[in-house]
Design a protein around this ligand. Structure first.
Ligand code: AMP
Ligand code: MN
Ligand code: MN
Ligand code: MN
Length: 277
């Protein structure tokens, strides 16, 4: 059977709609043979995902998607093959839960000023034990008919520069990468074209990323056209980075983003899974 890798997705441990079990089952149904669960700033979904993966015969790669700061902007770094028990990483995710809770309180206050009450209780209930994300706020705003889509929630309230945006100090890029590599994992720059950097700044970012020990870059992520894949592959080749592929699946309602529905990695790019045990 052909190998099919999907190395970026989310469960209810962060802003995914499916439990780790349901997510692994869906990936299996879609023909995925190796899946990395990469929830935002948490590894809490991994034990359940691992159990289900063993039962279904799919290979589960322990992952995380860390929110980081570099030059005062937010960048997402995926860690693959991490050890969640590595103390600095475990301590970081523990602290990030509080960071996200406190950010949620501030976002809710800003929404209250816009005469939208009740957001904090709603997102806290929706997230449960999991990480609270802006996706939870977007869903709340939809449920209250303030917006008709997640995109509109970000465009009108949650995105940078909008009324309910709260600047957050995440860990610096270098520190976050050290949590990943220190735990035995491989650090991968997530969705490189989503940051809208100029080529000049992209090069600066990739130099800093490599200097800090980063080894991979997502060459194939959801909804990339052929031109974008070429651009990302070109960065991988020029900076001697391994290429990763991941759907960034969050929920089945988004019909454009399905687990395992990904273009193959361009032949000239070294696959990131060759760096994993
Ligand atoms: P957070 O990490 O809490 O700031 O939330 C970021 C998450 O919000 C991302 O991982 C996406 O899942 C989601 N997100 C960000 N921007 C948008 C957008 N424009 N439309 C829909 N979802 C978005
Ligand atoms: Mn997300
Ligand atoms: Mn991301
Ligand atoms: Mn993601």
């Amino acid at each position: 059977m052909a190998e099919l890798y999907d190395l970026h997705c989310h469960s209810t441990a962060s802003d995914g709609a499916l439990s780790p079990t349901a997510l692994v089952q869906r990936a299996h149904q879609q023909g995925v043979t190796s899946l990395a669960l990469t929830d935002h700033d948490t590894t809490a979904g991994l034990p359940e995902a691992k159990l289900c993966a063993m039962a279904t015969g799919i290979k589960l790669i322990a992952g995380i998607e860390l929110s980081t700061n570099w030059q005062n902007k937010c960048f997402h770094i995926v860690g693959l093959g991490i050890d969640p028990a590595y103390a600095p990483l475990a301590e970081a995710t523990h602290n990030l839960q509080r960071t996200r809770l406190e950010r949620a309180e501030k976002i809710a206050l800003k929404l209250e000023k816009k005469r939208i009450p009740g957001a904090f209780e709603a997102v806290k209930n929706a997230a449960g034990e999991g990480m609270i994300t802006r996706t939870h706020f977007a869903d709340f705003l939809m449920s209250q008919n303030h917006v008709s889509s997640q995109q509109e929630a970000f465009d009108r309230y949650l995105a940078k520069g909008k009324p309910a945006y709260v600047a957050t100090s995440w860990a610096e890029l270098e520190l976050a990468i050290s949590w990943i590599t220190g735990s035995g994992g491989v650090a991968v720059l997530a969705h490189p074209l989503r940051y809208k950097l100029t080529t000049h700044w992209m090069k600066r970012l990739l130099n800093a990323f490599k200097d800090a020990g980063g080894q991979g870059i997502e060459v194939i992520t959801s909804r990339m056209n052929a031109d974008e894949i070429r651009v990302a592959a070109d960065y991988a080749a020029r900076f001697d980075l391994a290429g990763s592929i991941g759907s960034d699946f969050h929920n089945a309602a988004n019909q454009w983003v399905e687990l395992g529905r990904l273009a193959p990695l361009p032949k000239n790019i070294k696959p990131v899974w060759e760096l994993l045990d």
